[in-house]
Design a protein around this ligand. Structure first.
Ligand SMILES: Nc1ncnc2c1ncn2[C@@H]1O[C@H](COP(=O)(O)OP(=O)(O)OP(=O)(O)O)[C@@H](O)[C@H]1O
Ligand SMILES: [Mg+2]
Length: 420
């Protein structure tokens, strides 16, 4: 058998710039945000103590990458001016409880042979150890909490008392500034008012990128990642336009360009063309839907989605809220879930709609029918079924175990009607 692999190095020169933890040499298209960021942090390099900063905006809008770059500059400037500053960076998606955040903070301040263990210490012990370590430092401390919305609700102490530790007497000399980053627009409103006013001393909003900005960003990465001359004319612009139409997300735009490159490589093509981008678009979209269904919807939302999908593929049925609820109840009964109230199920449908999988129309169904909401699938039912067959970890889902998810090529109609 000949080797199944393709000849290396034909399309890509270096994929490292596409890694999630890559920090680019330059930040593009974020002049206003960088300027505001430096205004908020200028006090640190002048030795006046750090401010608290809250960074927000949708996914892929450069919040993490700009922050990493700002911290690089802050370290360098502070060193140049002999101002001692310690910067601690935490991703709360990884350290998703106050407990893990405390362990990570303490361990970043301690030498490798004197780390606190992950099991055993109490929160009280960790707080006092953290304050001891901080008091031993020379100069101020900036703590970056990326994806801060992943922390549970008991974040008051970390986001209110901690930045005020010196004022409250928990720290002698060291001043602490917190930079919180979130892509969840509800996070700020969910904060206790005291916490909100402390954390949001400076607020910086990152808006979605437009097509021109995405073109600049893609061009920059394209030059680093692809071999010279391999990207056909219009490819970058097409990726940028597609991503701008969606959410203005640079990660999505880069993902599209990389997938187009992978497809070109697979086809042993001499260039990455617009046709490869089109194919990549369908693949990326499929992956997006599968990820939402498998990883972001709760079990109850999945039941509501399955009921909606049934009624969407059956021409004879109407996917109105009332019918969806009936099918949902039947599904619950088959697989032993406790059915929630009609109102809750409508909330589930609203959430699914916010993920872009459904659209809702209000219809007047005449005197007998009254008003009703019709829920139409915005993505293919086959894709929804494929997503519902597996759980996040790739194992068989409960719905699949109870044989409730139809195969796309089966004669579904008769089978589905029995649930209505
Ligand atoms: N202005 C920019 N200049 C250079 N690269 C960028 C820029 N904006 C985004 N990127 C690249 O796009 C990707 C996504 O950006 P980033 O991780 O900063 O998004 P984010 O706003 O933190 O998203 P999330 O809310 O999902 O965490 C990264 O790989 C980053 O390198
Ligand atoms: Mg981020």
């Amino acid at each position: 058998m000949d080797s199944p692999f393709d000849e290396p190095g034909k399309i890509f020169a270096d994929k490292r710039p596409l890694d999630e933890d890559y920090t680019p040499e330059t930040i593009l298209c974020r002049e206003d945000e960088v300027s505001r960021y430096s205004e908020a942090l200028q006090d640190v390099i002048e030795g006046f103590g750090p401010n608290n900063v809250f960074i927000y905006g949708q996914t892929g809008n450069g919040k993490t990458v700009v922050t990493k770059k700002m911290m690089q500059f802050l370290r360098a400037e502070a060193a140049q001016h002999d101002v001692p500053v310690t910067i601690l960076e935490i991703n709360c998606n990884k350290d998703d409880s106050i407990f893990s955040v405390l362990i990570s903070l303490v361990n970043q301040l301690r030498p490798p042979d004197d780390q606190v263990p992950e099991q055993g210490p109490t929160k009280g012990f960790l707080w006092s150890t953290l304050y001891d370590e901080l008091d031993d430092l020379e100069g101020d401390v900036v703590v970056v909490l990326d994806e801060i919305d992943m922390l549970g609700a008991d974040n008051d102490k970390l986001l209110y008392e901690f930045p005020r530790a010196r004022k409250m007497g928990s720290l002698e000399d060291t001043r602490v500034g917190v930079i919180g980053i979130s892509n969840n627009h509800m996070f700020k409103d969910s904060l206790d008012p005291r916490v909100k006013s402390t954390l949001c001393e400076y607020e910086i909003f990152f808006s979605p990128y437009d097509a021109t900005e995405l073109t600049d960003i893609l061009q920059h990465y394209g030059d680093l990642v692809f071999r010279d001359g391999i990207i056909d004319e219009g490819v970058i612009q097409l990726c940028a336009a597609r991503a701008a139409q969606e959410q203005g997300d640079a990660r999505e735009a880069l993902d599209l360009l990389e997938t187009a490159g992978n497809i070109a490589r697979k086809h042993d093509a001499g260039q990455v063309t617009k046709a490869h981008v089109e194919e990549a678009g369908s693949r990326v979209e499929e992956q997006r839907v599968l990820t939402i269904v498998r990883e972001q919807l709760t079990s109850q939302m999945k039941l509501a989605l399955l009921a909606t999908a049934f009624l969407n593929i059956d021409d004879e049925a109407s996917p109105r809220a009332k019918n969806i609820y009936q099918v949902y109840e039947n599904i619950c009964e088959v697989c032993g879930y406790e059915p929630r109230s009609k109102r809750r199920v409508n909330d589930f449908l609203d959430s699914i709609r916010l993920y872009g999988l459904l659209e809702r129309d209000e219809r007047n169904l005449g005197r007998a029918g009254g008003r009703s909401y019709i829920h139409t699938l915005e993505v293919s039912p086959e894709l929804v079924f494929e997503g519902l067959k597996q759980d996040q970890d790739g194992s068989e889902s409960t719905l699949e175990r109870y044989d409730l998810v139809p195969d796309p090529d089966e004669a579904q109609q008769a089978r589905l009607m029995s649930y209505v």
